[in-house]
Design a protein around this ligand. Structure first.
Ligand SMILES: O=C(O)CCC(=O)C(=O)O
Length: 265
């Protein structure tokens, strides 16, 4: 396996890959992280899952996953990975604009047939920002995630049509856009160390984990460097009491918790 170096970013995230991302709303960047980086974050994820109470994403047919919210605020390892020069360089090149770190979450989909699929949704309705700033997620596989382990599927190009509106909980995009039920979905299996990037408005889902290995991954969300805070009922429901460290509505989202992705400042 050839692992990407930071200096390789322009040859890995090529203009063609950027064009593909803009067209489809997602791309996989294989082997972006070294096996050592994956092993370090995997060990740290196991520690965080053991020590912290997790949030649950429960569905009628089971647990889609549990997750550690804002993992980067309490773990140096996760914070370092969220601001990893290779990941942030790739994210900015794809987004085409300067980014800030918004948050990092550790996801765990249980093994042994105990999990449910992650329902179809898109992310931006839970983002507490004014207008429609750029957001994208870097989803890092910390174990191999073949289709049977619950990798993600996307509806290519849906990000160009999806327009969040007030009160939209984002969980049932097929209610608002029923035609997407009949459109092609692209399933993206990942090797440990691959990172896929997806746009905040691309419609996606993930399968159940039907293997004996727990699916563990890190989802880091980046936002437009100029994003402005606006309280959001979906965010408040998911993270009660989190006013992003005391931000007032209308204030730019910045400060130590939300550094610029490339400089960390
Ligand atoms: O990991 C999953 O199953 C879903 C994650 C997701 O929806 C996201 O990162 O936006």
């Amino acid at each position: 396996m050839t692992v990407a170096k930071e200096s390789d970013i322009d040859s890995i995230v090529t203009d063609e890959l950027v064009a593909l991302y803009r067209e489809r709303g997602f791309v996989n960047v294989p082997a972006l992280l070294t096996p050592e980086e994956v092993a370090e974050q995997f060990a740290d994820a196991e520690r965080q899952f053991a020590e912290r109470e997790t949030e649950l994403w429960e569905e009628e047919d089971g647990l889609a996953m549990d997750w550690v919210a804002d993992a980067g605020l309490r773990s140096e390892v996760t914070r370092r990975l969220a601001l990893h020069p290779k990941v942030t360089a790739a994210a900015e090149k794809l987004a085409g604009t300067p980014l800030r770190l918004f948050k990092s979450e550790l996801f765990r989909k249980p093994a042994g047939g105990l999990s449910a699929p992650t329902p179809i949704h898109y992310d931006s309705p839970s983002h507490p920002f004014e207008g429609r700033p750029v957001t994208l997620t870097a989803w890092t596989a910390l174990v191999d995630v073949p289709e049977e382990r619950g990798c993600m599927s996307f509806i290519p190009g849906s990000h160009k049509e999806v327009t969040p509106k007030e009160g939209d909980d984002g969980m049932s995009p097929l209610d608002r856009w029923p035609h997407f039920a009949w459109e092609e979905r692209v399933t993206v299996p990942l090797r440990a160390g691959d990172v896929h990037f997806h746009h905040g408005r691309v419609i996606h889902s993930a399968g159940a984990n039907n293997t004996d290995t727990t699916r563990i991954s890190l989802g880091t969300v980046y936002m437009d460097a100029d994003a402005v805070y606006r309280p959001n009922p979906v965010y408040s429901y998911l993270f009660p009491g989190d006013d992003l460290g005391g931000l007032e509505p209308g204030q730019p989202v910045r400060g130590e918790r939300f550094p610029l992705a490339r400089s960390g400042a």
